[in-house]
Design a protein around this ligand. Structure first.
Ligand code: AMP
Length: 432
C-alpha cells in the first residue's frame, strides 16, 4: 500500500513524499482509513511505530479539505494532549512537516517556561494545538483557550500520563471539550485504568493494536550483559569507547542515577549529558538538540524524558538499568531501529534485575541474547550465569570488610567471567 492509495489530499501527499516516506507503517495503514471515515480510534501502540503521522495526517487532511482553499479564521479545531515537553515539541514538528503545504497553523504549549510567547501564539490564532496537560489546563483556566470549534481530540501516551499523575487534569480537560468531536486515544499498554478512561473519552470506536514485538523487538539487535551494579559504569565506559562513532542513548531508571552516570563517564574522560525532569527546559532542549545534531555523542535519559526522543542516526541504546515495567523495555529499544533503520540495544542486568529480564523476555516472546563474558567483575563475585570455579578461596575477613564498604570496594579486573551484585538496587520507577 502507498500513501496515495489512502486517498489523501494532494498537499499532504507532497509533504509525506518530501519526508521521504514511501509506504505507510502498519499503524498508519490500519488507522488512517478509520480516521478518514471520522470514526473514534483506540490505538494500542507506542512511539516509534509512526503513530504521530497515523493521527496527524488524517487530521490535517480533514482540516485542509474543510478550508476549501480558503483558510478561515484560525480557531482551535484539533487538540493533541501528550505527557512531556519533548514529545509535545516533536508532535508539533510532525504536524508542521506533514502540514507544510496546507496553510494550517500548529502551536505547541508546555510547562516549565514562561507563558508569554505561548499566549501570544494562541491569541494570534491556531488550528492545531499540541499541549502537555498541566500548562493546557492552566491556560484554559486563564481564559486563553476556547474549544468551541474543536473537532478532533487526541490523547497520546495515555498510560504515561496516568503514571505521571495527570489523571485529574485530563478529566478536567475532557470535561471542557465539545461532545460532538472525533476522539483518538493512544496508549502503549492497556491496564484497567486506561480501559476505563478510554471508555469515558471515546464514542463508538475502532481499535488498532500494534504489538510491541511487531514494532521493534524484531528489528533491533539485542544483547544483555550480566554485570554487578558497581561495575556498570566501567562496562558502560568500555562499550562507548569501543564505538567512537556511534550515538548512544543510555537509559537510567532514576534522575539521580542519570546524573551519576554522567559523573562516572566524566571520570573516564567521556563527555555526556543527562535529560530528566529536574533539568530546566532550556538544559533539556540544549542537550537533546546537541545529541540530535551529533555534537553530543552520549545522552543519558530517564524513561519519561526520553519519550519524545526521535533521533534518526541513533545506533545504540543502552539500558543501564533494566526497567521494572516490561513495556518500557520495548519503548526504550524502540529509540533505535526507527522506521526502516536497524539498531542495537544492550542491557545491563544485575542480580536484582533478573526478574525484570524474565518479564521482558516473556513480553517480547524471545530470549535476549547473552553477551560474551566481559572483564568487569569483582574479585569475589559468585557465579550466577557461568559455571567457572571460584579462582580464590573464600576469605571471611575480606568478605566482612567488603560488606561494610560495599559500594566503594569493587575491583577492576580483566579476564573474569562471573557476576555478582550484592547491592540493593533502587526499584523505584524513575519519574520526571
Ligand atoms: P513516531 O512513532 O510517530 O514517533 O514515528 C517514528 C519515526 O518514524 C519518526 O522518525 C517518523 O518520522 C518516522 N516515520 C513515520 N512514518 C513513516 C513512514 N511511513 N515511513 C518512514 N518513516 C516514518
Amino acid at each position: 500500500m502507498t500513501f496515495k492509495d489512502l486517498g489523501l489530499a494532494e498537499p499532504i501527499l507532497k509533504a509525506v513524499e518530501q519526508e521521504g516516506y514511501t509506504n505507510p507503517t502498519p499503524i498508519q495503514e490500519k488507522a488512517i482509513p478509520i480516521l478518514l471515515k471520522r470514526k473514534d480510534l483506540l490505538g494500542v501502540a507506542q512511539t516509534g511505530t509512526g503513530k504521530t503521522a497515523a493521527f496527524g495526517i488524517p487530521i490535517l487532511h480533514h482540516l485542509y479539505n474543510a478550508q476549501n482553499g480558503q483558510p478561515g479564521k484560525r480557531r482551535i479545531k484539533a487538540l493533541v494532549v501528550t505527557p512531556t515537553r519533548e514529545l509535545a515539541i516533536q508532535i508539533g514538528e510532525s504536524f508542521n512537516a506533514y502540514g507544510r503545504f496546507t496553510g494550517l497553523k500548529t502551536t505547541v504549549i508546555f510547562g516549565g517556561v514562561k507563558q508569554g510567547s505561548q499566549t501570544r501564539a494562541l491569541q494570534s490564532g491556531v488550528d492545531i494545538l499540541v499541549a502537555t496537560p498541566g500548562r493546557l489546563l492552566d491556560l484554559m483556566n486563564q481564559g486563553f483557550i476556547s474549544f468551541r470549534d474543536l473537532e478532533f481530540a487526541v490523547l497520546d501516551e495515555a498510560d504515561q500520563m496516568l503514571d505521571m499523575g495527570f489523571i485529574h487534569d485530563i478529566k478536567k480537560i475532557i470535561a471542557k471539550l465539545p461532545p460532538k468531536r472525533q476522539s483518538l486515544f493512544f496508549s502503549a499498554t492497556m491496564p484497567k485504568s486506561i480501559v476505563d478512561l478510554s471508555r469515558k473519552i471515546l464514542g463508538d470506536f475502532e481499535q488498532v493494536t500494534i504489538k510491541p514485538e511487531q514494532a521493534t523487538a524484531e528489528k533491533v539487535e539485542q544483547g544483555v550483559y550480566f554485570v554487578s551494579k558497581q561495575n556498570k559504569p566501567k562496562l558502560l565506559a568500555h562499550i562507548v569507547k569501543e564505538k567512537p562513532d556511534d550515538s548512544v542513548l543510555v537509559f537510567s531508571r532514576t534522575k539521580h542515577g542519570a546524573n551519576k552516570i554522567v559523573k562516572k563517564l566524566a571520570q573516564a574522560d567521556i563527555r555526556s549529558a543527562a535529560i530528566h525532569g529536574n533539568k530546566s527546559q532550556a538544559a533539556r532542549q540544549k542537550a537533546l538538540g546537541a545529541f540530535k545534531e551529533g555534537k553530543l555523542r552520549i545522552l543519558i535519559a530517564t524513561d519519561i524524558a526520553a519519550r519524545g526522543i526521535d533521533v534518526e542516526e541513533l545506533n545504540l541504546v543502552i539500558n543501564y538499568d533494566l526497567p521494572n515495567v516490561s513495556e518500557t523495555y520495548v519503548h526504550r529499544i524502540g529509540r533505535t531501529g526507527r522506521a526502516d533503520a536497524s539498531g542495537i540495544a544492550l542491557s545491563f542486568c544485575d542480580k536484582e534485575e533478573r526478574p525484570y529480564l524474565r518479564d521482558i523476555e516473556k513480553l517480547i516472546k524471545q530470549e535476549v541474547p547473552r553477551m560474551p563474558e566481559h572483564q568487569f567483575v569483582d574479585a569475589d563475585d559468585d557465579s550466577e550465569t557461568h559455571t567457572e570455579q571460584p579462582r580464590r578461596k573464600p576469605n571471611p575477613d575480606r568478605n566482612r570488610s567488603r560488606n561494610r564498604n560495599r559500594s566503594g570496594s569493587s575491583k577492576y579486573r580483566g579476564g573474569a567471567n562471573k557476576n555478582r551484585s550484592g547491592n540493593t538496587s533502587n526499584r523505584s520507577r524513575g519519574r520526571d
